[in-house]
Design a protein around this ligand. Structure first.
Ligand code: FAD
Length: 565
């Protein structure tokens, strides 16, 4: 696996120690936005529309970040179409849901803040208050026109705390029918609006450190570029929107709660803000969690920057089993939840026995359920299927699976097939087939939640009452792939106020320094409330941070610094 090699022509990471203000600057703006992805573009647009001069510095050679790959559903509680359709989504109910899901162990329905800390509660309030105004402004200015998705259900539609189970999801207007290319559309429309409205966008600019005055004010940044280092002064604020640390092996290993594989976040997301902010005394929060999804292990190892995790687990005549040949979970759980299953710790053996699970399907699923959208692993004939293992019999499949596990054992803690794998697999299939015929999964309740049916993917015309299950054939061919858990991107970083001010170890804002998106701490803990639960809140915080940055006094610079220019 190759990670951490330079992925932009702006070069590798350098020291993050802040730079003094006295050296010459090559350019100057009111607001410097760092990162041109899902949060950076709206942050820059909101800042520009408030009358500021704005530059976006993007490390990669192209803009878009992780967001370019996203479906770009955005979760906006109490959005305008909901209000117009009369779908009630009162503030208290929406916050209650966010609280219940984000920190279930602290949730208290009778507490005025539902048992949350002030910081968490304020973040949920801010999302409720600002996501809809942000979405409306972007739409009005033709930067992100949207269509409402009234039929998309929240991932937790069955929870009693969820009072508005449908209608909170918006999608870029020009997205295709399967809704899978919304990110590409959003990046195109937002960047076109940025250019139209006078935001300067520079690619291959990797911000390495901030420029700090003696009084602690952050007054600019230094970026490495193919032509050398450039110093850019910020009259009002620097706003980091640099994504998570998915592609820094050391950060992943040291901060995440489990041995999560690198995922489908932008390859340039290496947690650059962490050393920059900690060198300024920033405090970190929520470092242990990520937005997660399953992915075929061998696609991850391909090291393809285009990797899309498995958002929709395809197949009806399909099961996932462990190396003992037994099912361990409901294969149709929503992606963030299914991804947690890989990291179950076995105290008796001191190992992660589920680190790789084996998805197995038959010709029926291959014929009816193949698709290339949403990272599905059952792919049509003629497409790249190197991750797929095939055999005419279950015995042959077992041998081929054993070979693949052997090949990757250095990455899985030596996982290999149990000696009773085949016997157990036969029994597992027999039991699953009984469930499929009855339409009821007595072990894991597959297909009982609305989102499982919504994300089921294509199935044949012969689907029964529970379209997520169909009996697995007793004749081959059979197919398999090794699955594991990966990040979309991480969700921890410096703690901020609800207006994006990055806080130091005493809880005071570091003057002039802001953060938005996956580079800063999310109050959502481990949870993923619904499709769009990353981007909806990110738009809200982009809107608020732009407002707060705009309100900063224009900095006067010391005579010494000006003389040096
Ligand atoms: C396949 C896929 C589908 C998804 N679908 C959805 C969805 O439908 N809805 C949803 O809510 N979320 C979705 N997500 C998640 C969503 O894309 C991210 O949460 C979102 O893009 C985060 O925005 P961001 O601005 O924080 O980071 P990014 O969009 O990743 O942007 C960060 C940018 O910062 C740049 N950068 C990093 N370091 C530096 C530096 N030092 N200097 C300058 N620039 C730097 C990066 O190159 C990158 O361009 C999906 C993710 C994936 C992978």
């Amino acid at each position: 696996m190759t990670v951490n090699k330079p992925i932009s022509s702006a070069g590798p990471r350098e020291t993050a120690r802040p730079s003094p203000p006295e050296r010459p600057y090559q350019s100057e703006y009111d607001v410097v936005v760092v990162g041109a992805g899902g949060g950076g573009l709206p942050t820059a647009l909101f800042s520009r529309w408030l009358g500021n001069s704005v530059v976006i510095l993007e490390k990669a050679d192209e803009i878009g970040g992780t967001a370019r790959k996203a479906a770009f559903w955005y979760w906006v509680p109490n959005n305008r179409p909901m209000r117009e359709l009369g779908i009630a989504d009162p503030k208290e109910d929406a916050i209650r849901l966010m609280a219940r899901l984000s920190r279930p162990q602290g949730y208290n329905p009778d507490d005025p803040k539902f048992g949350m800390t002030d910081w968490e509660y304020a973040a949920f309030e801010a999302i409720y208050d600002s996501a809809s105004p942000a979405a409306e402004l972007l739409a009005e200015r033709n930067a992100l026109p949207y269509r409402h998705c009234p039929d998309v259900v929240d991932y937790w539609a069955e929870l009693p705390e969820n009072k508005a189970t449908k209608g909170r999801v918006l999608l870029p207007l020009g997205a295709n029918e399967t809704m899978s290319d919304g990110g590409k559309v959003a990046i195109e429309t937002m960047s076109a609006a940025a250019v139209r409205d006078g935001v300067e966008i520079r690619t291959a600019h990797r911000v390495q450190r901030v420029i700090r005055r003696e009084d602690g004010e952050i007054v600019g940044v230094e970026a490495s570029t193919p032509g050398g280092t450039t110093r850019i002064r910020a009259r009002k604020a620097v706003i980091f929107v640099t994504g998570g640390f998915t592609h820094d092996t050391t950060f992943r290993r040291n901060y995440l709660h489990a041995p999560v594989f690198p995922g489908c976040g932008a390859r340039s997301n290496e947690g650059d803000l962490i050393p920059i902010a900690t060198s300024l005394g920033a405090q970190l929060r929520n470092m242990n969690y990520a937005w997660m999804c399953p992915a075929p292990l061998e696609r991850i190892l391909d090291n393809n920057p285009g990797l899309i995790g498995t958002f929709s687990s395809p197949g009806d005549s399909m099961i996932w089993v462990n190396t003992a040949g037994k099912r361990v979970a409901n294969e149709k759980l929503a992606y963030n939840e299914m991804a947690q299953v890989f990291f179950q710790w076995d105290g008796a053996t001191s190992s992660y026995p589920n680190l790789a699970l084996i998805a197995i399907w038959d010709r029926h699923s291959q014929k009816n359920c193949a698709s290339v959208d949403y990272g599905r692993y059952i792919v049509p004939e003629g497409t790249d299927d190197r991750h797929v293992i095939k055999a005419d019999t279950l015995e042959g499949l077992k041998t081929a699976i054993a070979d693949r596990l052997e090949k990757h054992k250095a990455l899985t803690g030596g996982l290999s097939l149990d000696k009773d794998f085949l016997k157990n697999l036969d029994a597992t299939i027999e039991r699953f087939n009984r469930f499929a015929e009855a339409g009821k999964d007595d072990d894991f309740r597959r297909g009982e939640r609305k989102i499982e049916v919504q994300f089921n993917g294509p199935v044949g015309d012969d689907a029964g009452s529970n379209p997520t299950m169909y009996p697995i054939s007793d004749t081959g061919p059979y197919y398999a792939t090794l699955m594991t858990g990966a990040t979309l991107d991480t969700k921890g970083g410096p703690m901020t106020t609800v207006d994006g001010h990055i806080l130091d170890d005493t809880g005071m804002p570091i003057p002039g320094l802001f953060g938005v998106g996956n580079c800063v701490a999310s109050a959502s803990g481990r949870s993923y409330w619904a499709g769009g639960a990353t981007l909806g809140p990110i738009l809200a915080f982009a809107y608020r941070a732009a407002g707060a940055a705009n309100a900063q006094p224009v900095r006067t610079f010391s005579t010494a610094a000006q003389a040096a220019e």
